[in-house]
Design a protein around this ligand. Structure first.
Ligand code: E4P
Length: 218
């Protein structure tokens, strides 16, 4: 499973690149607002840091303007993926961009039926938001299982399942167990994945015992 980080914070992105665990980045208008930076500028910087796909979201609600925005965003770098909302206009834009060879990420997916439509429109990625479904008392990961099962029936579907709105390590482990293609993960959750109290405790006791030997490697 590929790991994308869900942020527009370039300092965080740099750290995950250095760890060698990052395959791509997703952003959205809220993350851009949180960064306090200019949209085009920050996307350009992210694309220079990460070789893999970087999702940049259109902000128009109608197809013609979405396509104009997509043109501007695509010019930033080769690895820009155009993120489009799962609406009638978003699906139309998706079909046009796919036919033109532009990669797309159809976002704000909350049902299997929507995921099927995104695949029909030729989306490169479909982003089901598992955390937001959990928030309203539905089983977010259940949606991933449904989409996986549905897409499996049709080998011609090339749309990749990008598990979005992940909130905790179990979302990531379950996504991998289900065979999702990608999980996009907030930096805080990515850091939580690294941590285990037994790792900390084990390291502490190894260091204490090493000190007792009076030795040093260097
Ligand atoms: C996906 O691409 C979105 O940017 C993101 O995962 C949304 O997550 P949230 O529900 O935590 O805002």
């Amino acid at each position: 499973m590929q790991f994308f980080v869900d942020t527009a914070d370039t300092t965080e992105i740099k750290e995950f690149v250095e760890m060698g665990i990052l395959d791509g980045v997703t952003t959205n208008p809220s993350l851009i607002a949180k960064s306090g930076r200019k949209f085009l500028e920050v996307v350009a910087e992210i694309c220079a840091l990460v070789k893999g796909p970087v999702s940049a979201e259109v902000t128009a609600l109608d197809t013609p303007t979405m396509l104009k925005e997509a043109k501007v965003l695509s010019k930033i770098a080769k690895n820009v993926v155009i993120k489009l909302p799962l609406t009638t206009d978003g699906l139309k834009a998706c079909r046009t961009l796919t036919d033109a060879g532009v990669k797309t990420n159809v976002t704000l997916c909350f049902s299997a039926a929507q995921a099927l439509l995104a695949a029909k429109a030729g989306a490169t990625y479909i982003s089901p938001f598992v955390g937001r479904l959990d928030d309203i008392g539905q089983e977010g990961m259940g949606l991933i299982a449904e989409i996986k099962q549905m897409y499996k029936q049709y080998p011609a579907i090339e749309t990749q399942i990008l598990v979005a709105s992940t909130r905790h390590p179990r979302h990531i482990v379950q996504a991998a167990m289900m065979g999702a293609d990608v999980a996009t993960i907030p930096p805080s959750v990515l850091r939580t994945l690294i941590k285990h109290p037994l790792t900390d405790r084990g390291l502490e006791s190894f260091m204490a015992d090493w000190k007792k030997t009076g030795q040093s490697i260097l």
